[in-house]
Write a protein that binds this ligand. Structure first.
Ligand code: SAM
Length: 218
């Protein structure tokens, strides 16, 4: 499959002007908002990688006055959607999105350092170079003790945590052999350590997903 034919989302999305609506983002948003709240991620500067429609960013920023959020995505229509959500909710002063390829991370030093780097449902729908780019960005752009948060499916120590995740992994690899559910212990943690990121929290979430947090060492 050529790059141009790859889907940027594995679902149908409704639109309203430039604003895209993702059924999965609407479903998981309350659980993600609760994780941000209970893990103390609701203050300071966030860099989001692979923001998709921008609904996570928009609703988290709207609900938390202490957050300012720089969202990025490879896909220009997703970036436009995120910026339109910001306009729609009157939070453009605290949420802005730009097109960035996470596998070729830019220098964010003029915007950072960040308190949180966040990436939801991205690293299994992209080559491993995207995971590597995200971790490199987090290691370089987070404040000491800042946090890198991932949401999505993970296997643990080489084993899928649910039959449905094993089937999803096969489906992803059929679409593109460079995609696939990442193994938290074998794929993510060793690459995180190389970027001075220590595993802090692994929280089970609905639908066999996880909210995973790394802390940037001082
Ligand atoms: C399944 S969507 C997830 C969107 C959103 N984070 C969510 O959880 O609803 C995956 C997103 O990753 C983005 N993406 C894929 N490869 C990327 C890359 N190399 N750099 C930045 N974003 C990328 C896609 O464009 C898409 O918007």
């Amino acid at each position: 499959m050529s790059d141009q034919k790859k889907p940027i989302a594995l679902e149908e999305r409704a639109t309203e002007g430039k604003r895209l609506m993702s059924p999965s983002a609407v479903r998981n948003l309350p659980y993600i908002m609760e994780a941000f709240q209970s893990l103390g991620l609701t203050d300071g500067k966030v860099l989001e990688i692979g923001c998709g429609t921008g609904e996570h960013a928009a609703h988290l920023v709207e609900a938390n006055a202490g957050l300012s959020w720089f969202a990025t995505d490879l896909d220009p229509a997703s970036v436009d959607s995120c910026n339109d959500w910001a306009t729609h909710l009157s939070i453009s002063d605290r949420l802005i999105a730009e097109t960035v390829d996470a596998s070729k991370p830019p220098d964010y030093s003029e915007l950072g350092p960040f308190d949180v780097v966040y990436s939801s449902n991205v690293i299994h729908i992209s080559p491993i170079t995207v995971l590597e780019g995200i971790l490199q960005t987090a290691g370089r752009e987070l404040k000491p003790q800042g946090r890198m948060a991932f949401y999505g499916p993970f296997s643990r120590n080489g084993e899928h945590t649910a039959e449905s995740n094993a089937a999803f992994d096969q489906n992803l690899k059929m679409r593109d052999p460079s995609w696939g559910v990442r193994d938290l212990d074998n794929d993510v943690v060793p690459r995180a350590i190389k970027n001075r990121l220590a595993l802090e929290t692994v929280r089970a979430m609905p639908a066999n997903n996880f909210f995973v947090v790394f802390r940037r060492e001082s």
